[in-house]
Ligand binder design. Structure first.
Ligand code: SR1
Ligand code: MG
Length: 426
């Protein structure tokens, strides 16, 4: 059933002008009269309405939840409450990371609508990477974002009462979690009506994935972790479509899938999208080898993201460690300090293994499931696209089933190079 809520109506440019005109802070930011504002609906995501509003003095972006999945239509209802969780996560991320999120100007719970900073001249990172643009600050920024949001909402930093309060606060975002549980961890491995892939080129892969017992066990272990490990507040959908940036400024947007879950899910999302972009470059280069340099930038940045994240997370833990996990009283003397440091390293190693698994699941779902990436979708030549996708699928299968083959991020980057070199047909 499509949710109805008193006072809720999807906005149009005309209704939005009148509405924003009644919010003094926003009206002042835009300047002039509402009748003179330029408003366009520009949403190209899977779920929501997004408006860009410009007035003589400035601009704002407005995001409004629809009571259904935009990509599919009214046949797939989705609760408006996701705007509540998005607003809560954005506020927490802003508190923890400052300028790495857009500024929020206004939130309306009834309309499920957020008015925020218009990010200009930022573009969606996925589009920039398809165009071959390098982002020299990105690894620094995203590793800070992940380290601070994940560390400070975990049991390493929070007392148990505060951590449980956060779990309670996000526990109702079940419909968005269910999308992930179905679309990432289940549907690509079974016959599901909304699955799609490059056909007929990848028909045999889709059939094989549905018939692969090892893969089904591996992805189900990951699903169990996603369902049961409330380690930290996740962004929940940290792909390159959830990042707007310029080479000098990075902002993380769209945390409507936020909930308390396993940290490797966020880290894995970033890694997966870098690997998918890496494999997609063969479909975007104008002449063979034309994107060799960019491909290496993608892998070098992927490695930096993990190396920087690990170092920053560990530094926060060493300098803080105020949470109820690993009580200081148990590790006071030199021997205790040394054991605790060994444990920190082991913790990060386990987190890397989770990250590899979640990255693999996120790669597979973008090729065999419902929601695909334009990195691959925009490759018009279907044979060429299928080759890029087959490489990503082959690597992702091994990452999921044999995570021990990827003990370091360098090993993962080298495996991506090797897969591209060795897989010459889909
Ligand atoms: C039906 S929603 C499909 C996907 O879009 C979002 O960006 C999430 O990744 C979700 O899985
Ligand atoms: Mg989104």
């Amino acid at each position: 059933m499509i949710e109805t809520r008193e006072g809720y109506a999807p906005q149009s440019p005309a209704t939005l002008a009148a509405y924003l005109g009644g919010i003094p802070r926003v009206a002042a930011l835009l300047g002039g009269a509402p009748s003179g504002w330029n408003i366009a609906e520009v949403g190209d995501g899977n779920l929501n309405l997004v408006f860009i509003v410009k007035g003589p003095a400035g601009g704002v972006a407005v995001k409004q939840a629809l009571p259904y999945v935009r990509l599919v239509g009214e046949s797939w209802p989705l609760p408006l409450s996701r705007a509540h969780y998005e607003h809560m996560a954005l506020s927490e991320q802003a508190r923890l990371t400052g300028r790495l999120t857009p500024e929020i100007y206004h939130y309306d719970e009834t309309l499920a609508l957020i008015v925020m900073e218009l990010l200009e001249p930022h573009i969606i990172m996925r589009r920039g990477m398809i165009a071959g643009i390098e982002y020299p600050k990105f690894a620094e920024d995203i590793s800070t974002f992940m380290a601070r949001t994940l560390y400070f909402t975990s049991d390493l930093a929070l007392t148990a009462d505060k951590k449980k309060a956060m779990i309670a606060a996000f526990a109702g975002n079940t419909a968005l979690c269910k999308i992930t549980e179905d679309l990432i961890f289940t549907d690509p491995y079974r016959v599901a009506p909304l699955n799609r892939w490059t056909s007929p080129q990848l028909d045999a892969y889709a059939a094989e994935w549905r018939d692969d017992g090892d893969l089904k066990v591996a992805v189900s272990r990951l699903k169990l972790k996603f369902l049961s490990s409330a380690e930290a507040m996740l962004h929940g959908d940290l792909h390159t479509g959830s990042i707007m940036l310029t080479p000098a400024d990075t902002r993380v947007i769209d945390p409507e899938f936020a909930f308390m879950g396993p940290m490797g899910f966020d880290a894995g999302a970033v890694i997966a999208n870098f690997l998918l972009n890496y494999f997609s470059q063969d479909g975007h280069e104008k002449e063979p080898g034309g994107r060799d340099g960019y491909r290496e930038w993608v892998l070098a940045t992927l490695q930096q993201i993990w190396v920087f994240f690990r170092a920053k997370f560990l530094a926060l833990w060493r300098g803080d460690g105020m949470g109820d996990a690993y009580p200081a009283a148990l590790f006071e003397d030199a021997e205790g300090q040394s054991r605790l440091e060994q444990e920190r390293q082991a913790y990060m190693d386990r987190l890397w293994t989770d990250t590899v698994g979640f990255a693999a699941a996120k790669m597979t779902r973008r090729i065999l499931g419902l929601a695909h990436n334009i990195d691959l979708e925009w490759i018009e030549d279907k044979d060429r696209r299928a080759l890029c996708e087959a490489r990503a699928l082959i690597l992702s299968r091994d990452m999921m089933v044999n995570p021990g083959n990827y003990a370091s991020v360098e090993a993962l980057a080298e495996a991506a190079r090797r897969t591209r070199r060795n897989v010459l047909n889909y």
